[in-house]
Design a binder for this molecule. Sequence first.
Ligand SMILES: [Zn+2]
Length: 84
Amino acid sequence: MSFVCPVCCEEYIFTSRLCPSCQKIKHYCSIYSRARLMEVLDSVFSREEDKQNNKLKVEINKEIENLKNKVLKPLQIKRGEEVD
Ligand SMILES: [Zn+2]
């Protein structure tokens, strides 16, 4: 029986199957889908370190726009308001 997290292989685990950090990653997969998570990780971390922050900001803005489209636009349409 292993007592090391099977994903990161760094943290010791005793009562759960994953360490808290890897559990958080799993939670993000359930929220955004594994495909979207991999897309973000590939696009951000396949760059030089100094350019990673800029790409991260782009990905965050993309998520904000996705949320606006999912949440705000249907509300605006329902209210009969002008949609951008
Ligand atoms: Zn872990």
